[in-house]
Design a protein around this ligand. Structure first.
Ligand code: MCN
Ligand code: CUM
Length: 798
């Protein structure tokens, strides 16, 4: 297959959709006219006749035995229609549900509460206010237990056992996992000139999407059909799980994810609230709505990260990196609810070898339970690649400091080279394509790296703290292949149906689900490019299991690598069929036809051609079609990717630190991304801008922390700080294009790239600024107090 990268339109070519561009380019988003007018339709906008409202009672403490639950007063409150407790669910066999990692999680607690904010009871009432009021009337008698929230203490023999519900469980250990070759790695380390060791913590953070999680459940008692509007990134996978867990036949369940106000992995798991809303509707016979508030979202839904890591890097004195060793303590909270392919309990952390040629690598990891909310895989994490990239890119800078080598020179010396692709890493990942030096060179050009170094030297002479931080990342996105990757037995492939209507307009139905990434636009562009139909004439349908083909949904930046491929392949199938029909219409053999983007013409006869619209009409028309050709112009594809795609990027961050207040200001940020063939550069830039903002947030201000009693300290946006326009610079983005060799249009994912790549760039910049103090590392978030603490007791530069 030949791969062609379409020419990049200039920034000025931002096209008005009325001009109906065909194919790739900076097309304005088709979804924006409704979003910017406030006309999006989110779960909370769903209003059904007779709809009731549900609220959830949550545990005020991190760890306690439930002695008694008294709901009499709540039930007696006028307008209350049902009070659901763990005991109610037990009667239905629904008090526990499977998690995506094969653990179990309490839907409503019966025996113990295991984290602050855990679901204990639910009230269904005529209005939201009554439901909330009734929560206060539920009387629960707790017998308080010691909590453990520090992963480093969870395995101590004196630590309280959190999961005593599990048979024979006497500690908080979940799993051990390792990858790479320990013996080979130890041997390389034993012989190396230089070994640098660094402990680092990737703190617990939260995706905090603008829209919290919620659902409207409508169980029809007559035909036994459940319709569930929910904030789901994976409607089909959720439907299958509801069928398995609740025993409702799958064809009697319809999951609809309408417009979603940001997902960022927060909306991958099935939350107890969804299940309770379903039970509430079954019990009352009415539709039931449940929407979280901000505190519920921050304290009880899927968190991200929480990895305590030790890194070791071995190198020669002249800067040849030989091996990397990692040791990780992974905090999974009270239930192992990580959403990752089952064979990858640590997600894709195995790519901690980064973008470098190594002789050996090894990781050992232990995952534990703590009295904190479950989750772990969220917040544009690319299945834990955020942790892996932060780990390796901090470690490389620690090595650069040790060797006294420039951070870019060290990276360039060790990059995997273009002719080495496909490159198999020491942990077994097959990187598909890359030209790392080209991306690095482009970032240096945009940043004027030499100029920055000169500026920094001059500032250091004046005692000013300026830092330059570099990070280079390679991601692995686009899970499957299905033989290697499944979630609870469901293989990671995705479907696409394309149907061309008689008048030449088309509809594309997808199994993936947009949460703001612009799928209605980019999938139309993919099919437009393949069929020569204007993107505005192509409707993209997603987020409704009754109207879309099966597939595993949107996360891990897998939509473009998997469904994007499915869309292109389905369009190509249509083109093949259109060719047969065209041969009948033009009365020539198929071999004499050539595709002219939008029409088939006769080779050597420029005047004779039929457009795709004419072919579509013929396909549905009264006349005869060539023998063996069915009517209609439709195609379906289930795409099982041959490999993941491996986007990469080079990031350079410039910070200034006020030596008196320790406030970090990100002054410049250059991001060069390579996601292969670029479908819509404007959308890609939007994805990158958002991800860079995330990265600055995590590096400098975001954290979910707990006090000694296990109380969450960041349950509101007053305490969980997310960056605003004031904290981020004007982003300077660039790109290179290295197509994926196995993807039909050469595209790689990009949705999480910047969130993955930017935190180490910011932290490297801060540490670089603090180099005159002899500081080699400080953990995120680098708040003024953290930076100030790091500077204490150290000589201020002259
Ligand atoms: N794209 C493109 N050319 C490419 C690659 C991607 O034009 N070579 C476009 C795609 O067509 C799509 C967008 O960029 O419109 C993102 O594509 P992709 O990288 O395939 O990622 P997904 O669509 O699978 O989105 C998931 C990813 C994840 S996992 C998180 S987390 C995240 C992210 O997207 N959540 C987001 N970006 C987000 N953006 C918004 N606005 N909201 C979220 O919740
Ligand atoms: Cu890991 S966050 Mo995204 O994959 O939905």
């Amino acid at each position: 297959m030949t791969l062609t990268t379409p020419p990049e339109p200039a920034a000025a070519d931002l096209v008005d959709n009325n001009q109906k561009p065909v194919g790739y380019g900076r097309m304005l988003r088709k979804e924006d006219p409704r979003f910017i007018r406030g006309l999006g339709r989110y779960v909370d906008d769903v209003q059904l006749p007779g709809m009731l409202h549900m609220a959830i009672l949550r545990s005020p403490v991190a760890h306690a035995r439930i002695v008694n639950v008294d709901t009499t007063a709540a039930e007696a409150l006028p307008k209350v229609k049902a009070v659901i407790t763990g005991e109610t669910l037990k009667g239905l066999g629904l008090d526990w549900m499977p998690t995506l990692s094969g653990d179990v999680q309490a839907v409503l607690a019966t025996d113990k509460v295991r984290f602050q904010g855990q679901e204990v009871a639910a009230v269904v009432a005529e209005d939201r206010y009554t439901a909330r009021d009734a929560l206060e009337l539920i009387d629960i008698d707790y017998d308080i237990l010691d909590p453990v929230h520090d992963v480093r203490k969870a395995l101590e023999p004196s630590a309280p056992v959190i999961r005593d519900d599990l048979d024979g469980k006497t500690d908080n250990h979940i799993f051990d996992w390792e990858t790479g070759d320990k013996a080979a790695t130890d041997a390389v380390f034993a012989e190396a000139d230089v070994v640098v060791t660094q402990d680092m913590v990737y703190p617990r953070v939260h995706p905090a999407p603008m829209e919290t999680c919620g659902a409207v459940a409508d169980f029809d008692r007559v035909d036994g059909k459940l319709t569930l509007w929910s904030t789901s990134q994976a409607p089909h996978a959720h439907r299958t799980l509801y069928a398995i867990v609740a025993g409702i036949p799958e064809h009697k369940i319809r999951v609809i994810s309408p417009d979603i106000g940001g997902g960022f992995g927060n909306k991958v798991p099935i939350y107890p609230g969804y299940v309770c809303a379903v039970v509430g509707s079954i019990v009352t016979g009415k539709p039931v709505k449940w929407m979280e508030d901000r505190t519920e979202n921050l304290t009880s839904t899927g968190f991200a990260r929480d990895y305590v890591m030790r890194g070791e890097i071995a190198a020669t004195r002249d800067g040849r990196i030989l091996a990397i060793r990692s040791n990780v303590l992974a905090d999974h909270g009270a239930f192992n609810g990580v959403a990752a392919p089952v064979k990858y309990p640590a997600g894709f952390f195995g790519v901690f070898t980064g973008s470098y040629q190594l002789e050996a690598a090894h990781c050992s990891m232990t995952a534990v339970y703590t009295n904190k909310a479950p989750g772990g895989v969220a917040y544009a994490c690319s299945f834990r690649i955020t942790e892996a990239v932060y780990f390796v890119e901090r470690l490389v800078n620690c090595l650069a400091a040790e060797l006294g080598m420039d951070q870019i020179a060290l990276r360039r010396k060790n990059f995997i080279q273009p002719d080495q692709f496909p490159y198999t890493t020491k942990t077994g990942w097959v990187y598909d394509s890359g030209d790392y030096d080209a991306a690095m060179t482009e970032a240096m050009r945009i940043a004027d790296y030499d100029g920055l170094l000169a500026e920094q030297a001059a500032k250091r002479d004046r005692g000013e703290l300026m830092g330059i931080g570099v990070a280079f990342f390679t991601e692995a996105v686009g899970a499957g292949p299905r033989k290697d990757m499944d979630i609870l037995g469901l293989g990671m492939a995705d479907g696409c149906d394309v149907r061309v209507h008689p008048t030449g307009k088309a509809v594309v139905r997808l199994s993936v689900q947009s949460q703001g990434q612009g799928h209605e636009t980019t999938y139309a562009q993919i099919v437009a490019e393949e069929l020569g139909i204007a993107p505005d004439d192509i409707d993209v349908v997603h987020g409704d299991t009754d109207n879309t083909p099966f597939g595993l949904g949107t996360y891990g930046s897998r939509s473009t690598p998997v469904s994007g491929a499915a869309a292109a392949m389905a369009a190509r199938k249509i083109r093949d069929k259109a060719k047969l029909i065209a041969s009948g219409m033009l009365e020539v053999s198929v071999a004499d036809l050539e595709w002219q983007k939008g029409s088939f013409g006769v080779k050597g006869d420029p005047g004779t051609s039929v457009t795709i619209a004419e072919i579509a009409m013929a396909a549905h028309g009264a006349g005869d079609l060539p023998p063996g050709v069915e009517g209609g112009l439709d195609a379906s594809v289930v795409y099982n990717p041959a490999n993941l795609t491996y986007p990469f990027g080079a990031y350079i961050c410039v910070v200034d630190i006020d030596p008196d207040t320790a406030v970090v200001k990100v002054r410049r940020f250059v991001a060069v991304d390579d996601c292969g063939t670029r479908i819509n550069p404007m959308i890609i830039e939007g994805q990158v801008h958002g991800g860079l903002t995330d990265g600055v947030g995590m590096a400098l201000m975001e954290v979910i922390e707990f006090d000694e009693s296990g109380n969450c300290l960041n349950g509101s946006l007053m305490d969980y700080l997310i960056p605003t326009a004031l904290e981020v610079p004007h982003w300077e983005t660039g790109y290179t294009v290295t197509p994926s060799p196995h993807h039909p249009i050469g595209a790689k994912g990009v949705g999480e790239s910047a969130t993955v790549g930017s935190p180490p760039a910011v932290v490297n910049a801060v540490i670089d600024a603090l180099a005159p103090y002899g500081i080699r590392h400080a953990d995120m978030p680098l708040t003024p107090s953290r930076v100030w603490e790091a500077m204490q007791g150290r000589a201020r530069p002259p």
